[in-house]
Design a protein around this ligand. Structure first.
Ligand code: NAD
Length: 476
């Protein structure tokens, strides 16, 4: 069978082959896991130029250097980290046996077994990373995998389909390309685990479809990630770092700062420093090869619509750089919407593009309360030197992850889990936690050669002595 699957029937057939191979294989040793990971590493190294060209074509403008850093090196980082650490993760873990069996020679351990085949659905915004970074964790745990790239980046999906088909054993890693119908069929397949990266809305559909087969899911979703600039922060430096983060991938990142909470008294200083940095990074927009395009007209219209609606509702708007909005193409200056009413879409929907909301505040308690009144975000950022305030923010909010005094950075941690909470997702990949996510933690108990339960009066017919013995152990 070709590794490039075309129909749900092809996929169903491959999953049966995977199941037969998994049932017949026994333990998946270190060498097999490393070989599979290395084959994927080699594929990315051999085809990185083609993949970056495909991403540039799909976006209608995405710098090659950025695609290398974000998608190719991001994926290679996860794959190599998994390859170089899986041996220390996968061994059996001895566990403490309960009394009195511990004194009779019983043993117990946890054995981390591969689940089987992991299905991985990726997004368009980081089309390689959202497939290959979870794949690293899935393969480190000894699984097989099938990938489903996003149809919004058709050229990238086509190249992935071809190179995976040519270079990888379909019993290790296969791929199926296609649109929403293929996605729906994919989510309804009896995988042993399903990873979905995408919107919260589609994530709910995925979980419903997976429930029919009781397939466990990892949902890597989005949301409105807030950044709180404390009044003890170096305002200009916070603005500089947030401007760098917001420009990354044209704002089309799941952890892109979406709502900025700025102390009322620091508003002008912050705005000036933010726009200074943004306009230095992107002095022009139209035709500027460093500006990442909005991926398609539909998303462009969505973001333009959010900004126009907020402006109509009376919100102040600052554009940086302060240039005319291009009438051609899908590159835009950043729109900063200031203090819009709560009712407009930009206050409710994930922005996911070159716009953000700046909200001024005078009381940090109100900021925390406002964040807590919404869905749990994927990321949260805090800037400030005030240790008590930092602790207060960390302890009174929930989010998938946190970066302090910068933005985006925690997601680059290979040695720590990445994932959401609540509406921003469940489960995680990266690091040892990613290995555990795709493993079945199987407890094995090996009993002792002697069995004194009869002698000790622990078996029926139960005596009063037995009841007294049990009652004596009801302690605090
Ligand atoms: P999306 O939800 O529209 O699509 C994601 C994938 O799901 C695509 O492959 C698509 O083909 C498939 N799909 C769409 N409808 C489906 C259905 N009914 N059944 C099965 N599959 C279906 O998301 P998107 O627009 O590609 O990506 C943007 C979203 O992803 C944002 O919300 C962003 O925050 C989130 N995201 C999250 C992470 C993360 O790691 N948490 C990373 C990147 C993006």
């Amino acid at each position: 069978m070709s590794a490039q699957l075309r129909t749900p029937e092809d996929l169903s057939g491959l999953l049966k082959q995977h199941r037969a191979a998994t049932d017949g294989q026994g333990a998946v040793d270190v060498e097999t896991r490393k070989r599979r990971l290395q084959a994927v590493i080699d594929l990315l190294v051999d085809h990185h130029q083609e993949l970056c060209a495909a991403m540039a074509a799909d976006f209608g403008g995405r710098p090659i250097g950025f695609s290398l850093m974000n998608d190719i090196l991001g994926s290679l980082g996860s794959l190599k980290y998994a390859r170089d650490h899986l041996e220390e993760w996968m061994g059996p873990e001895p566990r403490q046996v309960f009394t009195p069996y511990d004194q009779m020679g019983a043993q117990a351990w946890v054995q981390y077994q591969p689940k089987g085949t992991v299905g991985i659905i990726g997004t368009w915004n980081a089309p390689i990373f959202t497939l290959f970074s979870p794949l690293a964790s899935a393969l480190s745990a000894g699984n097989r995998a099938v990938l489903k790239p996003s149809e919004v980046v058709p050229e990238t999906a086509r190249v992935l389909g071809r190179i995976i088909g040519e270079c990888l054993d379909p019993l290790d890693v296969a791929v199926i390309t296609g649109g929403v119908e293929i996605g729906q069929a994919f989510a309804g397949m009896p995988f042993d685990h399903l990873v979905f990266t995408g919107s919260t809305q589609v994530g709910k559909k995925i979980m419903r479809a997976a429930a029919d087969n009781l397939v466990p899911v990892t949902l890597e979703l989005g949301g409105k990630s807030p950044a709180i600039i404390g009044s003890s922060a170096d305002i200009r430096e916070a603005a500089r770092r947030l401007a760098i983060a917001k420009g990354t991938n044209g704002g089309q990142l799941c952890i892109s700062p979406d709502l900025l909470y700025v102390p009322e008294a620091a508003r002008e200083e912050f705005l000036e420093a933010f726009c200074d940095t943004y306009s230095t990074l992107y002095p022009t927009i139209e035709g500027n090869p460093n500006v990442v395009s909005v991926v398609n007209d539909q998303h462009m219209a969505r973001i333009d619509g959010y900004v126009a609606q907020a402006q109509e509702a009376g919100a102040e708007l600052v554009r940086c750089p302060d240039v005319p909005v291009p009438t051609q193409g899908r590159k835009r200056p950043l729109s900063i919407v200031i203090n819009p009413p709560l009712t407009v879409d930009i206050m409710r929907e994930e922005i996911f593009g070159p716009a953000l909301v700046l909200l001024t505040y005078s009381d940090i308690n109100h900021v925390v309360a406002e964040i807590n009144s919404g869905e749990r975000p994927l990321a949260l950022y805090y800037f400030g030197e005030d240790e008590a305030e930092r602790t207060f923010v960390l302890e009174h909010t929930r989010s998938g992850g946190v970066t302090l005094d910068d933005a985006l950075m925690h997601a680059a941690m290979e040695d720590a889990p990445f994932g959401g909470v609540g509406a921003s997702g469940m489960g995680h990949y990266h690091g040892r936690e990613g290995f555990a996510e795709f493993s079945h933690a199987r407890t094995v108990f090996r009993s002792a050669p002697v069995d004194p339960r009869g002698e000790w009066g622990l078996l029926p017919p139960f005596s009063d002595q037995f009841a007294a013995m049990m009652a004596a152990q009801v302690t605090r």
